[in-house]
Design a protein around this ligand. Structure first.
Ligand code: B12
Ligand code: SF4
Length: 447
């Protein structure tokens, strides 16, 4: 049997197809390939930069789907199904919205694949695919396999190895798709398995794609202790309450952490409370003053993620957030329009208030464009929100801002390695700001 794995692109720019120059290895593809029995031939196509050879013979197509790639994924599925090749889809979006996904595939898989993938492959071999495979979290992430990274060779990915220590997060921010997918649970791999996987790698720069690597402080400390002798450099995602535990911070930075993506979301306590992000507020909240001192003390290169368009936000408060991000010389920052992902509390609230645009399913709507607000905000128009989001991204990533932010001896200039990382990635992200804005989802043809 031949299995074709596909990672779909998000869409097209007005001027032609979008090629993500900052693309990274798709970890789920490597894991699914590794879980596949060895008598099955596996090929992989990354739609983000290569053409899918639809004419090639294959027996089963498996597509990984996020909400932003759903439209393109369904287009790809339709082409194969037209040729009578069965298609299975899985990942974040089908798990959030199984009824929709079922309309576009022969089979769907919801939740994690580790426990049901081989069963699905056996069913496909005998031509007896079931409509719905339900994964669960009863085994450790990745089971006992290492991702098949041989499938990633010569695809031009950034020289950074994607890995995972844990999946999920115990917090429940109202906008977060991950918290719905994992139902506020957190699952860790055995630390020795992570260490062995790192040792098997040539690349010594690792991106732990954990949703929140410090969700369990004690487990995280154990991991960091085990990483110290490996002398790697790594980045991940972490919640800012890590700054309340200095032992955690010390071990984290000693183990080679350059910095993490941190969900700041907002600099106002009432906005953070409104989105159920109390763990950012802590005691005596003063626009993150205390937390930032700790981050700087340990030389943490911060990738600050903000979401804009909350009910408490105004145009002024968003400009204030931009000023805050520049003033604190964050290495990187994201100003994402708050996206109502299906099945989140945010989505359900906006739906019940009749505030969703694009018929409530922006991810499939022909008129929706990337980074546009798909709902009516409280204190501005949706166009204002789209515009101010773009302005924040442009301004934060302007040449003057890049030069100004570089000059932080405690973080971005703390070591030559950190400075080089800063200099390589800032121009790359600057370019992406312009390329991605208003991108059309899918192949651009009206459905
Ligand atoms: C790493 C990551 C990135 C990396 C991407 C790295 C890469 N390879 O290209 C970077 C930082 C670049 C990134 C970018 C973005 N990301 Co991102 N990212 C993640 C993150 C943290 C981890 C993904 C991952 O690798 N997980 C590890 C793998 C092993 O787990 P998995 O994908 O869940 O796969 C398992 C199962 O789902 C299942 N499965 C998966 N696919 C399939 C397919 C089949 C057929 C089957 C049967 C099973 C199956 O099996 C796997 C093993 O159990 C997720 C959070 C998350 N938990 O998903 C967000 C997440 C996917 N990202 C998200 C978003 C919004 C984005 C951006 C749009 C942000 C932006 N505004 O620019 C961009 C664009 C993404 C794109 N498609 O191009 C959202 C998506 C929300 C949604 N509803 O879809 C998430 C969920 C974060 C969040 N909390 O909301 N991202
Ligand atoms: S802390 Fe981050 S990963 Fe956890 S629920 Fe909130 S947004 Fe999601």
């Amino acid at each position: 049997m031949k299995l074709t794995l596909i990672k779909p692109n998000m869409g097209r720019m007005m001027t032609g197809s979008y090629v993500d120059e900052g693309r990274m290895e798709p970890l789920q593809i490597g894991i699914l390939a590794a879980l596949t029995p060895s008598d099955v031939e596996v090929v992989f196509y990354d739609d983000r930069m290569e053409d899918i050879p639809f004419e090639d013979q294959t027996d089963l197509v498996a597509i990984t789907v996020e909400t932003f790639t759903a439209k393109r994924a369904y287009e790809i599925a339709a082409i194969y199904r037209e040729k009578k090749v069965p298609v299975v889809i899985g990942g974040m979006h089908p798990t959030l919205l199984p009824e929709e996904a079922m309309r576009y595939a022969d089979a769907i898989m919801t939740g994690d694949a580790e426990n049901v993938w081989t069963l699905m492959i056996e069913d496909a071999k005998s031509g007896l695919l079931k409509k719905h495979y339900k994964g669960d979290f009863s085994c450790k992430p990745q089971k006992n396999v290492f991702p098949r990274r041989d499938l990633f060779e010569n695809k031009g990915y950034l020289p950074i190895s994607l890995m995972q220590f844990s999946r999920g997060c115990t917090n429940g921010c109202h906008f977060c798709a991950t918290s719905v997918y994992f139902n506020k649970t957190h699952h860790c791999r055995d630390i020795q398995a992570v260490v062995d996987e790192i040792k098997s790698q040539k690349l010594k720069l690792v991106f732990f794609v954990d949703d929140n690597i410090v969700s369990d402080h004690e487990r995280a400390k154990d991991l960091f202790r085990a990483l110290i002798p490996l002398k790697i450099k790594w980045v991940s995602q972490a919640s800012i309450d890590m700054t309340e535990d200095e032992e955690l911070m010390r071990l984290m930075m000693k183990s080679g952490c350059l910095g993490n993506v941190i969900g700041f979301e907002s600099i106002k306590a009432e906005t953070l409370s409104g989105m159920n992000k109390g763990h950012n507020i802590g005691e005596n909240f003063d626009a993150y003053k205390g937390q930032l001192q700790i981050l700087r003390k340990y030389g943490h290169q911060t990738w600050a993620a903000f979401t804009i368009g909350h009910d408490e936000d105004t145009l002024d408060s968003i400009y204030e957030t931009l000023k805050f991000a520049k003033k604190n010389k964050f290495a990187f920052a994201a100003f994402n329009v708050l996206m109502p992902y299906p099945s989140t509390k945010l989505y359900e609230d906006l739906k019940s208030q009749n505030r969703l645009l694009y018929d409530g399913n922006w991810w499939l709507h022909d008129d929706f464009r990337f980074n546009h607000a798909p709902y009516m905000p409280q204190n501005m128009t949706s166009d204002d929100l789209t515009q101010i989001g773009f302005e924040c991204r442009k301004s934060f990533n302007s040449i003057t801002s890049i030069i100004y932010r570089a000059t932080d001896l405690k973080t971005n200039m703390r070591t030559p390695y950190k400075f080089i990382t800063y200099l390589i990635y800032n121009p790359l992200f600057r370019k992406e700001v312009y390329k991605k804005q208003s991108m059309i989802l899918g192949n651009g043809e009206k459905s």
